[in-house]
Design a protein around this ligand. Structure first.
Ligand SMILES: Cc1cc2nc3c(=O)[nH]c(=O)nc-3n(C[C@H](O)[C@H](O)[C@H](O)COP(=O)(O)OP(=O)(O)OC[C@H]3O[C@@H](n4cnc5c(N)ncnc54)[C@H](O)[C@@H]3O)c2cc1C
Length: 437
């Protein structure tokens, strides 16, 4: 596999956004949103659609965080199965979490439709495929639980999986037709345009550096100017910095790296993912892949901290591509990128309201395209005055992870250990097995 690769596929294949600028004067708003990813822009869009004045402050460019870098897989649900959510959080909250996350892709595709967002949206389903018989049994239970809740899903045999993907590597799995794919940066820029069309004001290169309370208002300071508002929404996810240190310590930022091949030649296009579904597998260090609009195979898996934002090591990706699709060996890798995914200790996203008028939502555990969009809506509704009880999502206290400073070391060690076990099992059995994500 030759490495003729440069930067981000998504940046290279996306319509530019009209130029934005940094905040140039002190200002007031009804709601100030910090962070312009899916969470922040969906929140701003919902606030502005409710005829309230919203200002968004973004530390870098639009797309500097995970929302500009991800695999574009629109996935329903959370890491935990619906029955597990009900067992862990009680019937009522568990059912809310399942319903909210299960319908999150509907919101994504509805916003794309309503605001005419050109982002190569495809809704032919998400495949989760098993690398072992044990995982296959777990995926069959998962599919059954969602089907019993009315979701359009089906169990897949090994032959179904091979037909849908063009690789015989998997034992089977399930198809979740609620899911699909988008060009992730184009979707994000589309949300930004929609929010601005509704009246939101967006400022880039404007990091929020300090938050203070003045009477019943908040003052958000940036290096040169400040914004005053009754409500603040912090939407900084894996990129949360020291300005919100307690929040930063509620998640562990884990690196994920993606590569994209050159467009597949026509004979391979006909056999590899012919239905344009996206795939995640159940390897301990999971691999996810899809085609982009030009027919490039885009594959991601966990990487090293040193490979964000510019990956230098892509050996694991090249090995995965060879294993999945040996015919792709001759194709050059055209693009590579790395970003951070925010993982929570309990595996579910968190919605916080630590003080009156102060809201935060984060921690999507690799499923933020749909879930961050849904969280942004919840934050927006809460900022518009919706009561916590009618939101349909639990509001929880900010609980920093104990010994957070060690979590990056722990994550690094865990990733190395799981990669080694996957590799050992691949070589011993011809296929890995492990903990279902
Ligand atoms: C490589 C990769 C692949 C992924 N693949 C998928 C996938 O296929 N499907 C899926 O569902 N999810 C995927 N994810 C996860 C998904 O991208 C995230 O969950 C989602 O984008 C989070 O959105 P967000 O708006 O909460 O945060 P982000 O998009 O990270 O946005 C946070 C923003 O806050 C800004 N910020 C931080 N601090 C400040 C500050 N002090 N002041 C102002 N701004 C600040 C940052 O610059 C950033 O732009 C992937 C993530 C990565 C990195």
């Amino acid at each position: 596999m030759t490495a003729r690769s440069a930067g981000s596929l998504w940046a290279a294949t996306c319509e530019p956004l009209a130029p934005l600028s940094a905040l140039a004067a002190d200002t007031r708003a009804e709601v100030v949103v910090i962070g312009a990813g899916y969470t922040g822009l969906s929140a701003a869009l919902h606030v502005a659609s409710g005829s309230r004045d919203a200002v968004v402050l973004e530390a870098g460019e639009i797309g500097a965080g995970g929302s500009g870098l991800n695999g574009g897989q629109v996935i329903a649900g959370l890491k935990h199965d619906p029955d597990v959510l009900e067992a862990l959080y009680g019937e009522s909250v568990g059912a809310q979490l399942a319903a909210c996350s299960g319908s999150a892709p509907d919101l994504v595709f509805e916003l794309i439709h309503r605001h005419s967002i050109a982002c190569d949206a495809v809704r032919t389903g998400w495949l989760q495929l098993a690398v072992s018989e044990r995982h296959l049994a777990a995926l069959e239970r998962r599919a059954a639980q969602w089907r019993s809740r009315g979701a359009d899903v089906d169990f897949l045999s090994d032959r179904d999986a091979a037909r849908l993907t063009g690789t015989a590597l998997y034992r089977g799995g399930w198809i979740d037709r609620r899911g699909g794919t988008v060009q992730p940066l184009a979707y994000l820029r589309g949300l930004a345009r929609a929010a601005m069309d509704c009246g939101a004001r967006l400022y880039i290169q404007t990091p929020a550096s300090r938050l203070s309370r003045r009477g019943d208002e908040w003052r958000v300071e940036t290096p040169r100017h400040a914004v005053t508002a009754r409500t603040v929404i912090v939407a900084t996810d894996a990129y949360t910095d020291g300005a919100f240190d307690a929040l930063r310590r509620t998640v562990v930022a884990v690196p994920s790296i993606q590569v994209a091949t050159a467009p597949l030649p026509p004979p391979l296009r006909a056999s590899i993912l012919p239905g344009r579904q996206s795939v995640s597998d159940t390897q301990r260090i999971l691999r996810y892949f899809r085609l982009d609009a030009a027919g490039r195979l885009v594959l991601g898996t966990r990487g090293s901290y040193g490979d964000v934002p510019v990956p230098v090591r892509t050996a694991a990706h090249e090995r995965a591509l060879r294993e999945l699709y040996p015919a792709l060996v001759e194709l050059p890798l055209e693009y590579r990128l790395g970003g951070f995914v925010a993982m929570t200790r309990d595996g579910i996203p968190h919605l916080h309201e630590p003080a009156p008028g102060l809201l935060a939502g984060l921690g999507y555990n690799g499923r933020g395209v749909a879930m961050a969009t849904a969280m942004g809506r919840l934050l927006g509704l809460r900022a518009l005055g919706e009561s916590p009880a009618s939101l349909g999502f639990p509001i929880t206290p900010v609980r920093p992870i104990r010994l957070h400073a060690l979590s990056r070391m722990g994550a690094r060690a865990t990733i190395g250990y799981l990669q080694a076990r996957d590799a050992l099992e691949r070589s011993l059995r011809g296929s890995p097995s492990g903990a279902l994500a």
